[in-house]
Design a protein around this ligand. Structure first.
Ligand code: AMP
Length: 407
């Protein structure tokens, strides 16, 4: 039988608060991780994108925080500023709805550090959410009291424990007490991340559904094959055909992001270019406008869209395929949040079909090959036809060669 939030031993006011948010039953990752988290166990949790992993770690933190103390008790580390802001928004929402007086502060880089120091002093937040560099800086300046921290969460762990970034994350962990709890979550936990996490933990509970990273089953994967120079035109035609309510178009290069946006806006699509060049404030405003529907399409790189939780994103487009295989999982995961369904569309060249095969194999998914015909989306068997053609010409060549041989 499915577990309820009551079965998970959470405080009643938290359960009531969740109800106000329309959340009545735990998701799988919540059902499996909340009890060990309440028992202060270290946890490594892998759950597909949009499956409620934020609340999987926030609910036990809420339950355990001693609100009678004005003391920093938990740190949540996130790889991007947008994700940190989103997590903090979830904390504020739940604190409000459950009337549990948990306080929080978002600490990210590129923001005036003196103002952050002032706020830390004023609020003495129970939970600090933010990026690793600035948090470590503030711990070293003794503005974040590492010795009072009971729980550290590493969200998007495959990113924060990546060999390039792991050192700074480890430095933060080392400043805290030995008996603090460590929880590590991600949509995809690589073997190497698992090993790094284990080194930092005591006898962790590992919640990992299968050997393969779990792709959200509510996502349909489509493939459009075309020449490289026809990619934009293919995208434009698909957009006309599917009329997405909200979409994110992934493009790898910053200049191409701008160019794609300009061209789409010329075709009167409400697009915004999320490049690393725009200011933090503008990025925040753009995400807000995307959330409330004023902007319908974001054209973005992987960096600015990782972890983004925006309700109602119906389509993800990969005008460029991601540079790393695993990134496909994170990109596609920007759609089908909660119980919703969504579509992830790759626009690929024939040469890139081997990468599509790899996604199918690694994530245990199937791409449906499509084409745009007469303004509508239709099934296509472009590359299976190609394969047949190749097979035919091969057997013809063989016969031809054989006949020559016999003569
Ligand atoms: P996350 O995977 O944490 O980014 O969550 C994805 C979305 O699912 C968020 O918008 C959450 O508010 C929502 N969510 C989290 N837990 C539940 C639940 N138990 N039932 C329904 N929706 C949920």
């Amino acid at each position: 039988m499915n577990k309820t939030f009551n079965d998970l031993n959470l405080n009643l006011n938290i359960i009531e608060g969740l109800k106000k948010q329309g959340i009545t039953d735990p998701t799988l990752i919540q059902a499996e991780s909340i009890i060990p988290a309440l028992e202060n166990k270290d946890i490594i949790g892998e759950a597909f994108t949009g499956s409620g992993k934020t609340l999987a770690y926030l609910l036990p933190i809420f339950h355990k925080i001693d609100t009678s103390k004005r003391e920093m008790q938990a740190i949540v580390l996130a790889p991007t500023h947008e994700l940190a802001l989103q997590i903090e928004a979830q904390i504020k929402l739940l604190a409000n709805n459950s009337s549990v007086p948990v306080t929080s502060l978002c600490i990210i880089g590129d923001v005036n550090i003196n103002n952050q120091i002032k706020k830390l002093k004023e609020v003495k937040p129970h939970i600090i959410v933010g990026s690793t560099g600035r948090i470590l800086d503030l711990i070293r300046k003794k503005k974040v009291t590492a010795h009072t921290i009971k729980t550290i969460v590493i969200d998007e762990a495959d990113n924060l424990l990546d060999p390039k970034r792991a050192a700074i994350t480890k430095d933060i962990i080392k400043t805290t007490m030995r008996d603090r709890q460590l929880m590590v979550f991600s949509a995809s936990i690589k073997l190497e991340t698992l090993e790094t996490a284990k080194e930092l933990m005591k006898d962790p509970v590992i919640i990992k559904s299968e050997d393969k990273p779990a792709m959200n089953p509510n996502i349909e994967h489509m493939l459009f094959v075309c020449d490289r120079r026809d990619k934009f035109e293919t995208l434009r035609k698909i957009l006309v055909a599917v009329k997405p309510e909200k979409a994110i178009i992934f493009v790898n290069d910053h200049e191409d992001i701008e160019l794609t946006t300009v061209k789409l806006n010329y075709h009167s699509k409400d697009c915004f270019a999320m490049t690393g060049k725009i200011s933090k404030e503008d990025r925040k405003l753009a995400i807000e406008s995307f959330r409330n529907g004023k902007i319908k399409i974001l054209v973005s790189s992987d960096v600015t869209a990782r972890g983004l939780d925006v309700e109602g994103v119906t389509h993800i487009f990969h005008l460029d395929l991601p540079l790393k295989i695993n990134e496909y999982l994170h990109r596609a995961g920007r759609t089908a949040r909660g119980n919703a369904h969504g579509t992830s569309i790759c626009i690929a060249t024939v040469k890139q079909l081997n990468i599509i095969k790899k996604y199918e194999k690694d994530f245990n998914i199937k791409f449906h090959e499509k084409k745009v015909f007469g303004g509508a989306i239709e099934d296509s068997n472009y590359h299976s036809e190609q394969k047949q053609e190749k097979a035919k010409s091969k057997s013809y060549n063989n016969k031809f060669d054989k006949s020559k041989f016999h003569n």
